[in-house]
Design a protein around this ligand. Sequence first.
Ligand code: 5GP
Ligand code: ZN
Length: 112
Amino acid sequence: MADCLFCGIVKGDVKAEVVYRTPTLLAIKDINPQAPVHVLVIPTQHVESLNEVDDAELLGDLLMAAREVARQQRIDVRGYRVVLNTKAESGQTVPHIHVHVLGGRAMHWPPG
Ligand code: 5GP
Ligand code: ZN
């Protein structure tokens, strides 16, 4: 989709540090990390948010990739947080669905 930042990253027009990739998604380091490990899992297909997903397989792929990234980044045993912000009030700033994988430090609850 034109003017979408993450579509630009998927196409290679916008630079990003890719840490994991499958035919349907890629995982990149967040430009403004909120933890020692902060990776975004992004489907190659443009879908605005969780509200617009009609493909359960896509959601499964995103979560399996989040788990794979956690293993690869060695935060799987100590623990990690997977976040999927949806629409404005949650804090979603990029309208192309993505899953945050955060770890490498103790997380707090409730989240802010
Ligand atoms: P959201 O707030 O929509 O859940 O998450 C968007 C995330 O994208 C934020 O954590 C933000 O730091 C990250 N981000 C925004 N622009 C860029 C960029 O150009 N490159 C990368 N790698 N991450 C970005
Ligand atoms: Zn997009």
